[in-house]
Write a protein of this length. Structure first.
Lengths: 286, 333
């Protein structure tokens, strides 16, 4: 069964142009994709490509302007779900944000932060069972009892992001959307979190939608890949295939821009013109 | 050996009040010759930004430094405020990670670019504007004339960072301190901005101290690299060599931790724990608690010592290298 099905998902905002006239602007201009249960789909693109808007629509934080979204076989496009429906949706899909400094309540201990979720989502929400589950969740992300009593400010960035992942896992979701969830971390911590995400997926068959601008990270944790530019999907395929032999000029440009052995930075005015499509220069500067 | 353009020797720094002083830098030494580039690489809290800032004496309140910083033979900590201003205006320029935090949002780009020329060099307003326009064209901004009358909020992050680079290079400085100048930019914009910096720097013969967390980016644009951990330099080597055969276990761990766009690894992490700050380090090797190769003698203080063309702060560097060679691998990776 497919965990997530998106068909022609669109998000159009009203923006003012340089002359102050209102005009519609499509942040996401019709995205269609399917992720199988236990799969991992990477969504890459530059700032302004629409990848975060797409993540927010998937998480129900932004109502789509059009198209269809199905999570765990159930339609998501209906407006204003009731309390029980919201609870059900939370068990289907959770999101982890980029910045673990602003996504955790600074006044709550780590245990309280997880307990809040467990109260709502645990089948047996007794105090004992919740306390037990808090420690299980923390153990899953490599933290312990000591961390459970800490407040976010006492934790490092890597530890906070582990807490954010544990909180997402607390609802035992089928799908986790990770929006640049490892981008702000130091590389040695990032490596640990990437391993952790791999282990969790292998063990729980959780489905990932992994939004990132980092092609190396995406190669490590995803099976399938979508490349977005200016609100549109310009290339898709198996992650390894897309990164080894990119077909779209924009993907080729992205791939060439990654520093590595023998790499030299290049001015690319000519390349840029070739990769720019009729949507104009949105998402590009100059 | 000729006199280096920049020489930092045994630079140490502490911050905080009388009761609780915290070490930020420990015995940092580096040298940079005219027109060359040195990359200073490390994770957050390693002290790389503070090293650059202490060169220009852009220090946090309550900071105390020891050691020498010589630029072109002059000791920077001993300069008078007026002399220091002159060095900042003409000799050493700095570009920061977040351009928006370093530009006045209510002044135009033109004001920003011409202010220093008019005030410091007494350049006539019209000529300053011409030079600013040329500077914007150099960094590849379209319609430089229109940009001069725009405000920072009208420009994207990549465009604004190019403006900062243009501003830094307008005074034709002899040294550019670039502190994560492309970290906030998209990867394609990063490539472009680095190419621009590299090209203009070579034209002007400006030396660069490039601060970054990205080893591979640093290796691509620098002659030499120095890796920092917990406020000290743990390895220094020619750029290509440092990346292909790291001598310090931390350098090797940093390289291994970066996911590759070319292949997927079975496992990423080679070290546990988190990077520590200088004030958390004990008396022995600061990386020892996380190091897979640590043994008893790593608990004693380690000196930065020469090893071939590199310098390394690890007492086991030679044997680890031999062991790796016997396994037919690169260094300690």
């Amino acid at each position: 069964m497919s965990a997530v099905v998106a068909e022609g998902l669109r998000k159009v905002y009203d923006v003012r142009d340089a002359d102050g006239r209102r005009r519609p602007f499509a942040a996401v201009a019709g995205a269609s994709f399917t992720v199988e249960r236990g799969g991992s789909l990477g969504i890459v693109g530059e700032s302004g490509s629409g990848k975060t808007t797409l993540a927010r629509m998937l998480a129900g934080l932004e109502p789509p302007s059009g198209g269809r979204l199905e999570v765990c076989g159930r339609e998501r496009t209906g407006v204003s779900p009731g309390a029980s429906e919201r609870r059900r949706r939370a068990r289907e899909l959770q999101i982890v944000f980029q910045d673990p400094y602003t996504s955790l309540n600074p006044r709550h201990t780590v245990a309280t932060c997880l307990d809040e979720v467990l109260r709502v989502h645990l089948d047996d929400p007794s105090r004992e069972r919740r306390a037990e589950r808090v420690l299980e969740l923390l153990a899953q992300v490599g933290l312990d009892e000591r961390h459970a009593r800490s407040r976010p400010r006492a934790l490092s960035g890597g530890q906070r992001q582990r807490v954010a992942i544990a909180r997402a896992l607390a609802a035992s979701p089928e799908v986790i959307v990770l929006d640049e969830a490892v981008s702000a971390l130091d590389v040695s911590i990032q490596a640990q979190i990437l391993d952790l995400l791999d282990e969790i997926r292998a063990r729980t068959k959780t489905t990932y939608l992994f939004i990132s601008h980092d092609l190396g990270v995406v190669r490590q944790v995803t099976d399938e890949l979508i490349v977005m530019r200016g609100g549109e999907i310009v290339e898709r395929g198996a992650t390894a295939a897309v990164l080894d032999a990119p077909r779209h000029p924009y993907t080729q440009l992205l791939r060439r821009s990654v520093p590595g052995p023998g790499w030299r930075p290049r001015r690319r005015s000519a390349e840029r013109a070739a990769a720019t499509n009729e949507r104009g220069d949105h998402g590009w500067d100059a | 050996m000729s006199e280096p353009l920049l020489e930092v020797r045994d630079l140490s720094m502490t911050i905080g009040g009388r009761r609780r002083r915290r070490t930020i830098l420990r015995d940092v030494s580096l040298r940079l010759d005219a027109g060359r580039t040195l990359g200073l690489v490390g994770e957050s809290g390693s002290g790389k930004s503070m090293t650059a800032r202490s060169i220009l004496r852009l220090l946090p309140a309550g900071a105390r430094t020891e050691g020498t910083v010589r630029f072109d033979g002059a000791s920077l900590p001993d300069l008078s405020p007026a002399q220091l201003r002159r060095v900042r205006a003409h000799e050493i320029a700095m570009v920061f990670q977040d351009p928006r935090a370093h530009v006045n949002p209510v002044r135009t780009i033109g004001d920003f670019l011409t202010e220093a020329l008019v005030l410091n060099d007494g350049v006539a307003a019209a000529e300053a504007r011409d030079r600013a326009r040329a500077g914007l064209a150099d960094v590849g901004l379209s319609e430089p004339d229109r940009r001069l009358d725009q405000h920072p909020h009208e420009l994207s992050g990549g465009m604004l960072q190019r403006v900062m680079i243009a501003a830094a290079l307008l005074a034709r400085p002899r040294l550019l301190l670039a502190d994560e100048p492309t970290t906030a930019l998209d990867v394609t914009t990063q490539s472009e901005v680095m190419a621009i910096v590299d090209e203009l720097r070579r034209e002007l013969g400006t030396a660069m101290l490039f601060i970054t967390h990205d080893l591979e980016l640093a290796a691509a644009v620098c002659d030499e690299l120095a890796v920092m951990y917990a406020g000290e330099i743990v390895e220094r080597a020619p750029a290509a060599q440092l990346v292909s055969s790291p001598r310090h276990p931390y350098t090797a761990a940093l390289l291994a931790a970066r996911p590759s766009v070319e292949r997927r690894r079975a496992r990423m992490a080679t070290v546990g724990g988190r990077p520590i700050a200088a004030y958390e380090a004990g008396s022995g090797c600061s990386f020892a608690p996380r190091c897979p190769h640590a043994e008893e003698r790593c608990r004693t203080a380690q000196a930065l010592r020469p090893l071939g063309t590199a310098e390394v702060r690890c007492c086991r560097a030679e044997e680890l290298e031999t062991a790796a060679a016997e396994r037919g691998e690169e260094a300690v990776r």
